[in-house]
Design a protein around this ligand. Structure first.
Ligand code: SAM
Ligand code: SF4
Length: 326
């Protein structure tokens, strides 16, 4: 199998695929309120185009694909796309990041399509606070999570962006919730993505503080999580609960970065925190051959920068997280 390796010796085997830049929530740190400047669907890759790109990545050694967004479940026909990608021989790990608002309706179809691993954003267990952070209804998310559990997804990871003075008092409650339901828990530091992420920077909390707090109540053993990505994991002694800390700001993890991101308009972004990119939509629509597509992907990988610069240049990223998919 040919490998995609970048200038810094990192092997790229993971593609994050943003299937829409729209969302049915408005998380304060992510999607601007009144944000209507969406790419028109004409500019979105069709399912055929997405499948071609993913197949090309597969031939180049990428075996893991995550569907994300925006909110992937607002893209019409998502389970159908998942099934098509799940049938590609080279892709052996298909996963989904979702806010779970519409998950109850789609959980079974997605599981049948071959999606197994699920990441669900959940920052609070308090309905009023949930509404304040996301403009949505907590109840739907909980229904979605329970439907996913019943459908057999494993692991189900809860992603909680921990914000000082907003939800940091709920860290222990979220641990209890995940213990009760057998979910994995991941805490995330706020990143200065787009204006919204930059505005949320004053609620930034160094997760080392959260970890120290948890150590007062739980015994935390060193843990590992297969396919765990950038999170550093611990295991809560006496339980199956794994807790991950995603610390792009306080302890960046760029040296082990294994991923690139394809936005819904067919732009390949080489780093979440940098602008380096290469457009695939035009060549696709101009009839590029499979070999030509693979050559373009290899060319793009050459552009992958060594690291993000959230800390040195926090004002530089103009993209919202919803464009390139977290
Ligand atoms: N809508 C889906 C969801 O919420 O899981 C998938 C896309 S969302 C952009 C992916 C992840 O990015 C979520 O876990 C969300 O909490 C996180 N995210 C968005 N903006 C962020 C920011 N400024 N800092 C840290 N995490 C952020
Ligand atoms: Fe939507 Fe996910 Fe962004 Fe929240 S984090 S606004 S759910 S895309």
């Amino acid at each position: 199998m040919p490998k995609l390796t970048d200038r810094f010796g990192r092997t790229i085997d993971y593609l994050r695929l943003s299937v829409t830049d729209r969302c049915d929530l408005r998380c304060t740190y992510c999607m601007p309120e009144g944000f209507h400047d969406f790419e028109t669907p004409d500019h979105w890759l069709s399912f055929d185009e997405i499948e071609r790109v993913v197949a090309a990545f597969g031939r180049l050694g990428v075996s893991r694909v995550r569907l994300t967004g925006g909110e992937p479940l607002v893209r019409k026909g998502l389970p159908e796309l998942a099934a098509r990608l799940g049938e590609l021989a080279e892709i052996d790990d298909l996963s989904l990041s979702t806010n779970a608002v519409q998950l109850a309706r789609h959980a079974e179809a997605l599981h049948a399509a071959g999606v197994r691993r699920l990441n669900v954003s959940l920052d609070t267990l308090d309905p009023a606070r949930f509404a304040a952070i996301t403009k949505g209804k907590l109840e739907k998310v909980i229904d979605g999570l329970m439907a996913a559990k019943a459908a057999g997804f494993a692991p189900i990871k809860i992603n909680m962006v921990v914000m000082k003075g907003v939800n940091d008092d709920e860290v222990e409650a979220m641990v209890d919730f995940c213990l009760e339901h057998g979910f994995t828990l991941r805490f995330i530091e706020t990143m200065p993505m787009g204006e919204t992420g930059q505005a949320a920077s004053d609620t930034y909390l160094d997760l080392r503080e959260v970890r120290a707090r948890l150590e007062q109540r739980f015994e935390l053993l060193p843990g590992v999580m297969p396919g765990g990505g950038p999170a550093r994991y611990v295991q809560v002694a006496g339980s199956d609960l794994k807790i991950g800390f995603i610390t792009p700001i306080s302890q960046h993890f760029c040296e082990s970065c294994n991923r690139v991101r394809l936005s819904v308009d067919g732009t390949l972004y080489l780093c979440l925190g940098q602008e380096h990119h290469l457009g695939l939509r035009e060549p696709l629509r101009a009839g590029v051959s499979d070999a030509g597509l693979e050559a373009l992907i290899r060319e793009a990988i050459e552009l992958k920068p060594e690291r993000h610069e959230f800390q040195d240049h926090p004002g530089q990223v103009v993209r919202f997280m919803s464009m390139t998919g977290g």
